[in-house]
Design a protein around this ligand. Structure first.
Ligand SMILES: [Zn+2]
Length: 247
């Protein structure tokens, strides 16, 4: 049993391509595929996919690359999406000062709104964070005790950053970065408490990966680093994801 807590299943050129990717995931024993949104349109597509495919669950939200200041109309649309049946999380949301430094102010404003929405609706947040760790921690510490839950997606930091995420009670999703040679990350992976570990691929229709099925390779590497079996990592990460999503 495995699970992909973060991937992008919208935007395939054909339904057949999507079916092939989902078939590979089924053969690899994936129980949950949580598909992310990049924009309002892709949020709607995520909801459609979740309705059509039993294994797919939907997150909605606006990616920091597409961040704009949250107008009343935008907030109304996001609230509508967040309360649509089948939506289990807000994502992919967050801060990216590496790729989009020019919209840092808009990103923070939008993220603040999305966090308040998540808290209000009892949904976890699936967070993207690049070169914005200090600001992200500032926002999350401001939410301390508010009931906001969630995970950092594609964690690739070291043990110090890991400590910050664990202190605020968040889950840690390990993705394909662990397949590369990153000693700091490998050490951090051994320090994640079992009840906070998630697995993901961040697979997209355009990527070269095998899709969510590649989460098995991620679990294999995590298992080798932690000295347990691949199946145990799959089971643990899936149980954690179900708890986070309140399934
Ligand atoms: Zn992503």
């Amino acid at each position: 049993m495995f699970s992909d807590s973060h991937c992008h299943m919208d935007g395939f050129e054909s339904e057949q391509q999507l079916m092939e990717v989902l078939e590979r995931a089924a053969v690899s024993n994936l129980d949950i595929i949580l598909t992310m949104a990049m924009s309002l349109e892709s949020s709607e597509e995520a909801i459609r996919l979740a309705r059509t495919h039993r294994v797919v669950l939907a997150a909605v939200g606006i990616h920091p690359w597409n961040a704009v200041a949250p107008t009343d109309e935008l907030c109304r649309r996001l609230e509508e999406l967040a309360t649509t049946e089948g939506v289990v999380a807000l994502g992919e949301i967050g801060l990216d000062y590496a790729r989009s430094p020019q919209t840092a102010t808009e990103q923070r404003e939008l993220l603040k709104y999305e966090m308040s929405l998540a808290r209000e609706k009892g949904l976890p947040v699936n967070l993207h964070c690049r070169e914005a760790h200090a600001d992200m921690m500032g926002l999350l510490r401001g939410e301390a005790g508010s009931g906001l839950t969630g995970n950092i997606h594609g964690f690739s930091g070291d043990s110090d950053m890991l400590k910050d995420w664990l202190e605020i009670g968040f889950y840690i999703a390990i993705g394909r970065a662990v397949l590369r040679d990153m000693p700091g990350l490998e050490e951090a992976v051994t320090r994640i408490p079992s009840d906070r570990l998630l697995t993901e691929t961040d697979a997209t229709p355009r990527g070269q990966s095998a899709g969510p099925a590649e989460v098995v390779a991620v679990a294999e590497k995590v298992a080798a680093l932690r000295g347990v079996t691949t199946e145990e990592i799959g089971r643990t990460a899936t149980a954690n994801l179900k708890r986070l999503l309140k399934l």
